[in-house]
Design a protein around this ligand. Structure first.
Ligand SMILES: [Zn+2]
Length: 269
């Protein structure tokens, strides 16, 4: 009897700690680059010339996910020395306003290897890097291809920092609340991030699976994407997940879309 009671107590406290961590979650948008003038998207961002004279206001965003006492940073934006597009305030300084120190970032998830998503990762050498295997292969290649922003990953390439190259999806905290989704096509190992918040519900942070709203709605594929068929399949996957979870898409480069989350320093809970 005594034994079963203590087992019961242990089980109860386990559930209590699980539910505390599940409820203590937030998603905060960070500003990760300075926007330029609106971009005419018809040629570069549609391989079927779908958009006529449409101009889109692109932005650069990255995200902080709090899960109990642990933090995941999703994408790291432009570097502070990027010509014209460098952020006004670094990710580290934005985190400071939230009272989060760089060493508290347990995970850095990277959607893909382009410069506008990887520029400030070197500020987080203590973090475990979560990244698609094909992205990591490209970054760690003896001679990385053009467009692969490998330099900021020096600490991970040398083995001083830790990396987990992902072959598939990754349930980061083991409770289904934060899942790295395999969404290839823009690049070979591209990933998006699904975040299930206790109050606000499910969000998917796009990475560059799509670049803007019209892209998503009409299956637009930029001509510079790595693989057309994969791009279409990834858009389809995101649509089905959002339909099944009644979730919200946040397209990281679309000024209209990122407003679906509160403005910094407020967060969705
Ligand atoms: Zn991008």
């Amino acid at each position: 009897m005594k034994k079963s009671l203590s087992l019961l107590a242990a089980t109860a406290s386990m559930f209590a700690s699980l539910s505390v961590s599940a409820q203590d979650m937030s998603l905060t948008r960070l500003d990760c680059g300075t926007p330029q003038a609106p971009t005419a998207v018809n040629q570069r961002f549609s391989d079927t010339f779908a958009y006529g004279d449409l101009k889109v206001q692109f932005v650069y965003s990255c995200y902080l996910i709090k899960h109990g006492d642990e933090y995941l940073l999703w994408d790291t934006g432009h570097s502070m020395s990027a010509p014209n597009v460098a952020p006004k305030v670094s990710v580290v300084d934005q985190l400071a306003k939230l009272n989060v120190k760089p060493d508290q970032i347990k995970y850095v998830g990277i959607s893909h290897y382009h410069a506008d998503h990887t520029g400030q990762i070197a500020s987080f050498p203590k973090a475990l890097l979560l990244i698609g295997k094909y992205e990591w292969d490209a970054i760690s290649a003896p001679i990385p291809a053009q467009g692969v922003n490998h330099a900021p990953f020096e600490s991970w390439k040398k083995g001083e920092s830790k990396v987990e190259p992902l072959a598939n999806d990754k349930d980061v905290f083991g409770d289904g609340t934060v899942v790295v989704l395999t969404t290839p096509g823009h690049t070979p190992g591209h990933r998006s991030l699904m975040v299930k918040l206790p109050q606000s519900g499910t969000y998917i942070l796009s990475g560059d699976a799509v670049h803007f709203r019209e892209n998503y709605e009409t299956y637009g594929v930029p001509w510079f994407n790595y693989d057309r068929a994969q791009s279409l399949a990834s858009i389809d996957r995101i649509k089905r997940i959002l339909a099944n979870t009644k979730g919200t898409l946040v397209i990281q480069h679309d000024a209209r879309d990122i407003q679906r989350l509160p403005a910094f320093p407020a967060s969705a809970k």
